[in-house]
Design a protein around this ligand. Structure first.
Ligand SMILES: C[S@@+](CC[C@H](N)C(=O)[O-])C[C@H]1O[C@@H](n2cnc3c(N)ncnc32)[C@H](O)[C@@H]1O
Length: 190
């Protein structure tokens, strides 16, 4: 069977990752979910914390509507500079350099891929930055057969926070047999 297509900018961002020795890019299974989420909000503000080399950004970009904007932030200056080069000719995309809180001035977000900054250090703020109906995507969890979910034998309090937050409709979805994402939508009313 033929391989599933990888968008050209994802290929470009993967090349940047390999040149920079960056090994934390999202996997295509997550990428396709990012593209889907961006495509669901064609006029939306799409945000990402932790650009890395731009692989996740490129998947979001693959679903980006003509009326949408994509803003991503990376604290590593060299990575941010290199990733920005992948999107240089698209005015809908802004690659910011610095701490993830630089994103705040672009909120509320219709899609937020929270992948570097915020996810662990200020999860409540992450939820607050979502627009009503806004989608939150968090990757790199390890599937757990238990409820509440466990990681390394302990209750995974962070995952539990997102999965049970009163402002969110949230669920966990397998991306591979060994990895999962939390996907959530902010409720229209608290
Ligand atoms: C998992 S990687 C990002 C991968 C990328 N989102 C992708 O899907 O290909 C996490 C990135 O977040 C960045 N990061 C970590 N903490 C940050 C913070 N507080 N503000 C901005 N960037 C941060 C790291 O430098 C790293 O490049």
């Amino acid at each position: 069977m033929a391989e599933r297509a990888i968008p050209p900018r994802v290929v470009a961002a993967e090349r940047v990752a390999s040149e920079a020795g960056f090994k934390k890019s999202c996997i295509p299974e997550v990428g396709r979910l990012l593209r889907l989420a961006a495509a669901a909000k064609p006029q939306g503000v799409i945000a990402e914390s932790g650009t890395g080399s731009g692989v996740g950004t490129a998947w979001l970009h693959a679903g980006l509507g003509s009326g949408a904007r994509l803003v991503t932030v990376e604290r590593d200056e060299e990575l941010a500079r290199r990733a920005a080069g992948v999107f240089a000719e698209d005015r809908r995309v802004s690659v910011l350099t610095g701490d993830w809180r630089l994103l705040e001035r672009h909120a509320p977000f219709d899609v937020f891929f929270c992948d570097g900054g915020g996810k662990r250090d200020d999860p409540q703020r992450v939820v607050e930055l979502l627009a009503p109906g806004g989608l939150l995507i968090l990757d790199d969890f390890t599937p757990s057969p238990d409820w509440p979910p466990r990681f390394g034998g302990e209750v995974d309090e962070l995952r539990l926070f997102y999965l049970t937050h009163p402002a969110l409709d949230a669920t966990e979805v397998l991306t591979t047999p060994a990895s999962s994402v939390v996907v959530a939508a902010r409720r229209l009313r608290p």
